[in-house]
Write a protein that binds this ligand. Structure first.
Ligand SMILES: N[C@@H](CCC(=O)N[C@@H](CS)C(=O)NCC(=O)O)C(=O)O
Length: 218
């Protein structure tokens, strides 16, 4: 049985954003059942968890004694069992990996600069000074992404892949702002990706875990 890690509870702004959602979504797309190892506050810093995830982050993926960390690596690993996520055609597969890496490497770091300012440092003077240029850079990068998407439904054409899964998750990080949603093409793209039933099930399962923990006070 596959087990993934997730936080038992996070503040409301992070609910629906925690990175185990990428893995839950990939597992739902692949039709693979899984269990969740819920971490209470502080568990991520305990030696037994650090031995599995050196940075004390979620998610990890465990199966048959094998462990992986990094959501991108985990989605690719799950993709080996799903032709939706990683197409059988070698060229299409390489392009799916390309888009997944571009989401994590060319888009997410810049989106996270804005997200960190908004959620972690909103009242800091340096953050107020930095935010406009950080947001402007993201808009510039998104304009390039939007042109690359063009009129296609998904980044590689007609078919959703692991690249779209991770890209949509990365773009959603700024849903508390208009930065991504101002681009109608990208906004429709996020909606198209997240309208997939597998995303709905994944999101609900993450939210259910938070709700259960809030209800039981654990
Ligand atoms: N690059 C990592 C990032 C994982 C990550 O940032 N996880 C957050 C939750 S969304 C976390 O565990 N934060 C706690 C921490 O960094 O101490 C991945 O994609 O798996």
């Amino acid at each position: 049985m596959i087990t993934i890690s997730a936080f038992q509870w996070v503040p409301e702004f992070a609910q629906g954003q925690v990175r185990d959602l990428r893995v839950r979504w990939a597992l739902e797309e692949a039709g693979l059942p899984y269990e969740v190892r819920l971490l209470a506050y502080g568990d991520q810093d305990k030696p037994d968890y650090r031995a599995l995830q050196p940075f004390g982050q979620v998610p990890i993926f465990e199966e048959d004694g094998k462990v992986l960390f990094e959501s991108g690596a985990i989605v690719l690993h799950i993709g080996e069992r799903s032709e939706t996520l990683l197409p059988a055609d070698p060229d299409a597969r390489a392009r799916a990996v390309q888009w997944l890496v571009s989401a994590l490497n060319s888009i997410e770091p810049f989106i996270m600069q804005v997200a960190l300012i908004d959620f972690m440092y909103p009242d800091e003077e340096w953050a107020k000074l930095r935010r406009p240029s950080a947001a402007a850079f993201v808009r510039k990068r998104l304009a390039s992404l939007s042109s690359a998407l063009g009129d296609k439904p998904f980044l590689d054409g007609d078919n959703f892949t692991a690249g779209d899964l991770v890209m949509a998750m990365v773009l959603r990080i700024l849903d508390h702002t208009d930065i991504v949603r101002d681009d109608e093409r990208l906004s429709a793209y996020i909606d198209r990706c997240t309208a997939r039933p597998a995303f709905g099930r994944a999101l609900q399962s993450q939210l259910n875990d938070f709700e259960a923990s809030a209800r039981t006070g654990t």
